[in-house]
Design a protein around this ligand. Structure first.
Ligand code: CP3
Length: 356
């Protein structure tokens, strides 16, 4: 296996010292890049792009050709698992993801299969191994999945939701049905992420995009406990070293201490929590990833630079901080603004890593 040349990201997740703060951006491969839109048009539709290993590899590498990023992230989607369960995923222009079947009761949930990652999700593993080969050891590759709760929201609501009323109703009316769904999803995610490790993923991230809409009691019961089950089921200790796992609950700032107890290596933090305060709360237990408001990227370069400075200053000196946005980059951001962001992190962060 080729030796990894840039170890900043993995060193930081292990809290080892580095020369500067590593950076990558959630959704770094995507529609804000004209070269992405070109390949996406060539593929025809989004899922065809995900299912073509060569094209998925190409769009994964695009942001790395433009910017000095410290990690690559697999180009795929969190909804591959429900799709492989037979829910009929499709994307309607401007409306986001949709499912042709929805889950309404215990009967629907009991019938769901746990997908074999080497069969119905083989295309994801092919993308992982292709990307890993083409990266040639330049930067590590992050694999990912959605959290059981976040996947369940799409499967029960039938797509994106503002109120989450169907799944919340299920949580109050028939919690045993929801628990069965979450348990099946957790088992599916464990197999899926272990297969990504086998295919070459060097780090993992779990996106809990909708955990923040839950009450504290339900967050623990419906989201956190299942993420903890996943962390416990992953084969993180590999001959080449530990594969670190990052948990990101958007809107989860009030639960950082609980998240840190799952056994994860790092917590993704959105922009509504101060990163320095987050560091004081979790102590040495985990690394942190985040957390500039992605809307900052609409501002001019000098404003972006000031925001970066404030976040670096708030985290303070020493290792354990992966710079990122607090959520995904939006499609109408100018690529040169993303460049200003990344440049600011690379230029302003070394001073926070000088040993005294
Ligand atoms: O970060 C990366 O560069 C890797 C690729 C990636 C995508 N989706 C590509 C994508 C990742 C990590 C995801 C995760 C994902 N997908 C999440 C969790 C992260 C988050 O943003 O909270 C969620 C909730 C989804 C579900 C999903 N997939 C939605 C809501 C959409 C529609 C988005 C929109 O604005 O239309 C998708 C489609 C999708 N996934 C796109 C991309 C680049 C856009 C599809 C297109 O090109 O038309």
């Amino acid at each position: 296996m080729t030796e990894l040349k840039n170890t900043r990201y993995l060193d930081t997740l292990a809290k080892r010292p580095v020369d500067r703060t590593p950076i990558w951006m959630m959704r770094q491969a995507g529609r804000y890049l004209p070269e992405y839109r070109e390949v996406r048009a060539q593929a025809g539709d989004f899922m065809s792009l995900c299912k073509n290993a060569e094209l998925a590899c190409e769009v994964t590498l695009q942001p790395l050709r433009r910017y000095p990023l410290d990690a690559a992230i697999l180009f795929s989607d969190i909804l591959t698992i429900p799709d492989a369960m037979g829910m009929g995923l499709y994307f309607e222009a401007g409306e986001g993801p949709k499912f042709s079947h929805t889950l309404q009761n215990m009967h629907d949930i009991a019938a769901l299969p746990i997908p074999d990652p080497e069969k119905s999700l083989k295309y994801v593993m092919n993308a992982v191994s292709t990307i890993r080969r083409e990266l040639k050891g330049t930067v590590p590759l992050i694999g990912f999945s959605g959290s059981p709760w976040t996947l369940a929201t799409y499967m029960v609501e039938g797509g994106s939701s503002k109120t989450f009323s169907k799944i919340k109703r299920m949580g109050f009316e028939s919690p045993e049905a929801l628990h069965l769904l979450l348990d099946k999803l957790a088992d599916s995610v464990i197999e899926y992420l272990n297969a990504q490790i086998d295919a070459g993923a060097q780090s993992l991230m779990i996106f809990d995009t909708w955990g923040g809409v839950l009450s504290p009691r339900h967050y623990r019961a419906f989201s956190l406990d299942y993420m903890a089950k996943i962390v416990a089921g992953l084969n993180l200790e590999q001959a080449s070293g530990r594969v670190p796992v990052t948990l990101f609950t958007k809107g989860g700032g009030q639960w950082l201490e609980l998240i840190a107890e799952t056994g994860c290596d790092a917590i993704g933090v959105d922009w509504t929590t101060d990163i320095g305060e987050a560091r004081r709360r979790v102590g040495d237990k985990v690394a942190l990833q985040g957390n500039m408001d992605p809307n900052t990227l609409y501002a001019p370069a000098h404003v972006i630079r000031e925001e970066v400075q404030l976040i670096l200053d708030s985290y303070g000196s020493g290792p354990g901080h992966v710079f990122n946005l607090g959520h995904g980059i939006t499609p109408d951001v100018k690529p040169e603004n993303a460049e200003a962001f990344i440049k600011a992190v690379t230029e302003l962060s070394p001073i926070y890593h000088q040993s005294i």
